[in-house]
Write a protein that binds this ligand. Structure first.
Ligand code: GDP
Length: 442
């Protein structure tokens, strides 16, 4: 998986690390090569463009960490941008719904849908100790229902008894009833595929969706088909609505483009990847791990992270002093946000407050992605801009928005928030021995 891309990228980035100093032209040249490598790996053009733009903008805004080389810092930026592109957070299958939770599997014929249905069934039974029922709704391919039954027997997962002559919708209804009466936690519906997407297939999917009310609708797509898999996901999402993707045949020698473009183009998370024919050949899609595999430079990434952390401690002390003087620039704000993120984000911090633990529902509404986004915005600014936010005119704001994958409105919102906080700091700083003085001695 990703071997050739990985080889190319590590070759390009390796050259950067061996230099003492980097010019903007060095970074640009490297990005041109990265761009070519990604295109050859069959990553969608738009995605490649936004990737290299982001890396470039972040590299410009990055402050220099003395204990590592600039090349190592660029590698960390490429790594983080890659993780962003892959979807940042691992998204497992969501079973948070009243039982029986229906999972609907959709996709083209031969994509590995039936195999994946059995794989997920096995994983949820063996690993998560759920009671799972599998049902094949494929009445078109004569042996399909039998294939799932055999896989069920092999993996000790229950399957819905086959009744000849029923329509897919009738089977879906029967599966959900059996799920309720049999006390199942999860019912996985393996729908029929086609060679191409056609109208009839889409109508059938919509009908099954209406009857089963699935909590997850997972598209199974063959990673070896590259951009076709991404386009397929787009079409299915528009017509049926998807909650996630499973990419199969990631064990093959595909160029990886589907995995790399999928999230950016469709906005849907890859939840799982199939890595072989056996029932246990299914893995979680973990963007950080995948980025690590692609770059093969985990040591450098960890090194830069550690170096940045050490700087953090020194910075926190300095920030406290600055705030006492009533100074508070965007670097200080970024620092606050980072500290917040380290403590598990807003949710983590609020959960620490007495009485908040019980309000887990409310906490779920707090969106930690906002904090991440705000940090990304500030990281995309130059150090001058961070010290003097008033420098940020319209064109600079557009550059920062492109670098952080946000919109100019987001930047304006952040700047406003910063101004309010800075005003507050100033006020508090003026009160001698006021609140901040008290905090400082805590
Ligand atoms: P369906 O028509 O979509 O239900 O496809 P099947 O589940 O019948 O799978 C078609 C073929 O692909 C079978 O031979 C599977 O063993 C194989 N297959 C499915 N997933 C994977 C995978 O992740 N890796 C590999 N190498 N083969 C797979």
């Amino acid at each position: 998986m990703f071997e050739s891309l990985s080889e190319r990228l590590s070759g390009i980035l390796d050259k950067l690390t061996r230099r003492g100093a980097l010019t903007e032209e060095d970074v640009n040249a490297a990005m041109r090569e990265v761009r070519r490598a990604l295109l050859e790996a069959d990553v969608a053009l738009d995605v490649v463009r936004s990737f290299t733009d982001k890396v470039r903008a972040r590299a410009v805004g990055q402050e220099v960490i003395r204990s590592v080389t600039p090349g190592q810092q660029v590698i960390k930026i490429v790594h983080d941008t890659l993780v962003d592109m892959l979807g940042s957070d691992a998204r497992p299958i969501d079973l948070e719904a009243p039982a029986p939770v229906a999972i609907m599997m959709v996709g083209l014929q031969g994509s590995g849908k039936t195999t994946t249905t059995a794989k997920i069934g096995l994983r949820l039974t063996a690993r998560s100790r759920r009671k799972v029922l599998l049902a094949s709704l494929d009445t078109r391919r004569p042996a399909a229902q039998e294939q799932l039954r055999v896989l069920g027997v092999q993996n000790e997962v229950d399957t819905l008894p086959i009744v000849a002559g029923q329509s897919p919708t009738q089977i879906a209804e029967r599966a959900m009833t059996a799920g309720r009466l049999g006390g199942y936690d999860v019912v996985i519906l393996d729908t029929a595929g086609r060679i191409h997407i056609d109208e009839q297939l889409m109508l059938e999917m919509a009908e099954i969706k209406r009857v089963a009310k699935p909590h997850e609708i997972l598209l199974v797509a063959d990673a070896l088909t590259g951009q076709d898999a991404v386009n397929l996901a787009k079409s299915f999402d528009e017509r049926v609505g998807l909650t996630g993707i499973v990419l199969t045949r990631m064990d093959g020698d595909g160029r990886g483009g589907a995995a790399l473009s999928m999230r950016a183009v469709t906005g849907k998370p890859i939840k799982l990847i199939g890595v072989g024919e056996k029932a246990d050949a299914l893995e979680d899609f973990d963007p950080a791990r995948i980025a690590g595999r692609i770059l093969g430079m985990g040591d450098i990434v960890a090194l830069v992270e550690r170096a940045a952390q050490e700087i953090d401690v020194q910075k926190a002390a300095k920030a406290a002093q600055r705030m006492q003087k009533g100074l508070f620039d965007l670097d200080d704000l970024a620092e606050q946000l980072r500290q917040m993120e380290k403590m598990g984000g807003m949710k983590g911090m609020m959960a620490l407050l007495p009485g908040m633990g019980k309000m887990s529902k409310e906490l779920d509404k707090v969106d930690d992605r906002i904090v991440k986004r705000q940090i990304a915005i500030i990281s995309s600014m130059t150090s001058k801009e961070r010290r003097k936010p008033e420098l940020l005119n319209a064109s600079r704001k557009r550059r920062v928005a492109a670098g952080s994958g946000t919109r100019v409105e987001d930047i304006n919102r952040l700047l406003k928030q910063h101004r309010q906080m800075a005003d507050m700091m100033k006020m508090l700083g003026k009160k001698k021995g006021g609140m901040l003085g008290g905090l400082g001695s805590m």
